[in-house]
Write a protein that binds this ligand. Structure first.
Ligand code: PNS
Length: 163
């Protein structure tokens, strides 16, 4: 039986912490679909298409079992549409746990056949967040160690054109 997982997120933008979780999840599952949420409640820096392009380039070396797609609505519906029985999420610190536990229970209630699997973020990236990377980039700080190269290019382009 093929084990399929989705790794959902805003990924605005993908950080090296997300990339590390994606790499490890790709090795754990037969198929991994990275889902970029189109959230009408948020005003993202990058469009869903831009984020999909950045992530697709960043995960290019992971192998053919990794796919990147946008989605609307519920994560469990996205999981079902992809034939996935697992949702992958990364945990950076204890502070992530409460919200993630609530999400995992909600998703389980909505769709008992889909289980959430947590991977601990690599220690090196435990401090990282998309917001932090954006703030550093906005003020001209070095982001090379924080985000994958296609994201770093996108951030530099975005903030240099904005002045
Ligand atoms: O990268 P993020 O912002 O921490 O990801 C959060 C995400 C996209 C996983 C979460 O907001 C989500 O699943 N949104 C889709 C709506 C949904 O399924 N809500 C119910 C479960 S909490």
């Amino acid at each position: 039986m093929s084990r399929v997982a989705v790794f959902p997120g805003s990924f605005d933008p993908m950080t090296n912490a997300h990339l590390d979780v994606a790499r490890r999840a790709a090795a754990l599952f037969d198929r991994l679909v990275i889902g970029v949420l189109n959230n009408p409640k948020k005003s993202p820096l990058f469009t869903v298409d831009e984020r999909i392009a950045q992530i697709t380039e960043a995960v290019g070396e992971f192998g053919a079992n990794v796919e990147v797609a946008g989605f609307d609505g519920l994560t469990v519906d996205f999981a079902r549409s992809r034939g996935a029985s697992f949702i992958v999420r990364g945990l950076r610190a204890v502070s992530d746990f409460e919200a993630e536990l609530q999400m995992a229970h909600t998703n389980r209630k909505l769709q008992p056949g889909v289980d959430t699997v947590f991977l601990m973020s690599a220690l090196d990236y435990g401090y990282l967040s998309s917001s932090l990377a954006k703030e550093v980039a906005q003020f001209g700080g070095e982001i090379a160690g924080m985000v994958p190269p296609p994201v770093a290019d996108g951030l530099r382009a975005r903030f240099s054109t904005r002045g």
